[in-house]
Write a protein that binds this ligand. Structure first.
Ligand SMILES: Cc1cc2nc3c(=O)[nH]c(=O)nc-3n(C[C@H](O)[C@H](O)[C@H](O)COP(=O)(O)OP(=O)(O)OC[C@H]3O[C@@H](n4cnc5c(N)ncnc54)[C@H](O)[C@@H]3O)c2cc1C
Length: 385
């Protein structure tokens, strides 16, 4: 039985029952039915509208995605008698790939047979890698300039996007694709174990609302998504006009993983400490600083910070601004449209949508916030319901 038929029948059943009760107890009145929970009656599927205004914006941030055209650097390098395992340069996919590339870095560390490991950096990539090393019996000390919330990882959107600005396919070596796939699959499995733990990771609904089928961005440079693993996530479904309230020709919905960033970083770093990990605040300015560390194996998870120390000319920032609205309890979804997107997290609703290649400036722009707010305000105003 389809939903419409079900509700029609349910409505008739209720009608028959209530008219009997009415007839027995009181003078005949025509029954009143509230239909507020029966969204199907409206002829479309309703979703709550986001309340947007500039006075509800409580925070603006600009984060710098650490982009490398050839993809994240995952390799070992000898520095005198020390082995350096590189694990940095994840572009717009560091959250998603953190466990997967952490696993690949772990394999390189374990191959050295050293158990005392220095790990540089305390962002999402560093913390995941450190946890995996601990699980394999390593004693890990994190050396880092900053800890959360003062890391780029704290300035991310927080969705599963393992291919976002991960490389330029015209530059990346063909074998990178299988490395990416292995890392992506490992990460995806790992996130399944983090679901239900204080909501640090959860599944949510993601709508794409466009007037035409969007072009796949990122077939060049630092633009967008370049790879995909069909079947890993539930399929994206195109919605008919009755299935959504938007004024747009092309609307899709899919379920996606989302990360509640502050609680996630706090939770994972606490776990790291619980398992005996140490964190030392120290800025690495030059290779000699690494040489001076007591550990023989060093894992480099410094993100964009690796550029200067390792003279990595390929590593480039792709800046992204987020503007945070006060949380709205009935809005729990993510939405993307031309020039703007938002995601509902526990700590707020984050509006974003830009990426400026080569921009090192982390000063938020009020103009960018206004642009995104105006775009989304119009979309909400045009929505039925
Ligand atoms: C706007 C925006 C949205 C994003 N959205 C998503 C998303 O939805 N999903 C997703 O998967 N990814 C997303 N990303 C990408 C993701 O945030 C990054 O890829 C990820 O944060 C990189 O993590 P990291 O640990 O390598 O770097 P960081 O978080 O930058 O951590 C680097 C660490 O190294 C330390 N460090 C740096 N230099 C030195 C030094 N010289 N000495 C000692 N320590 C040093 C820092 O203090 C820090 O602790 C987004 C990024 C941005 C900017």
């Amino acid at each position: 039985m389809n939903r419409r038929l079900f509700f029609q029948k349910a409505g008739l059943g209720t009608l028959a029952l209530s008219s009997g009760v009415v007839a027995a107890c009181s003078p005949q009145t025509s029954p009143q039915f509230t239909d507020k929970h029966f969204h199907i009656n409206r002829g479309y599927h309703q979703i709550p509208k986001l309340r947007l205004s500039m006075d509800r914006i409580v925070k603006e941030t600009v984060g710098l995605r650490p982009f490398r055209a050839s993809g994240p650097r995952l390799e070992t390098e000898q520095l005198g008698h020390k082995t350096i395992v590189h694990n940095y340069g994840h572009g717009g996919s560091g959250w998603s790939l953190s466990w997967g590339t952490g696993h690949l870095a772990r394999q390189m560390v374990l191959a050295t047979n050293e158990k005392k490991v220095a790990l540089l950096g305390c962002g999402t990539v560093g913390i995941a890698t450190a946890r995996l090393l601990q699980e394999s019996g390593c004693e890990v000390t994190i050396y880092t300039k900053d800890v959360p919330p003062n890391v780029t990882s704290n300035l991310a959107t927080g969705t599963w996007s393992p291919a976002s600005r991960v490389c330029d396919p015209a530059v990346a070596r063909p074998e990178f694709r299988s490395v990416w796939e292995e890392a992506t699959r490992f990460s995806f499995r790992r996130f399944q174990f983090l679901l239900g733990l204080n909501d640090i990771a959860c599944w949510g609904e993601e709508y794409s609302v466009y007037d035409e089928v969007p072009q796949r961005a990122g077939t060049s440079a630092a633009g967008g998504e370049v790879y995909d693993i069909p079947g890993l996530l539930p399929e994206r479904v195109q919605l008919s006009k009755k299935e959504h309230p938007f004024k747009a020709e092309y609307v899709t919905r899919r379920s996606n993983l989302m990360f509640n960033i502050p609680s996630y970083l706090h939770d994972q770093l606490s776990d790291f400490m619980l398992y005996g990990g140490k964190v030392k605040i120290q800025e690495i300015k030059k290779l000699e600083d690494i040489d001076a560390l007591p550990e023989k194996v060093i894992v480099n998870c410094m993100g964009l910070g690796a550029k200067r120390v390792f003279n990595d000319e390929e590593l480039t920032p792709v800046s992204g601004q987020l503007s945070c609205l006060i949380p709205q309890s009935n809005v729990t979804y993510k939405l993307s449209t031309r020039g703007a997107n938002f995601i509902s997290r526990k700590d707020g609703i984050y509006l974003g949508g830009n990426g400026i290649v080569g921009n090192w400036d982390t000063t938020p722009s009020r103009e960018q916030t206004e642009k995104v707010v105006t775009t989304l305000q119009k979309l909400m105003a045009d929505m039925r319901g």
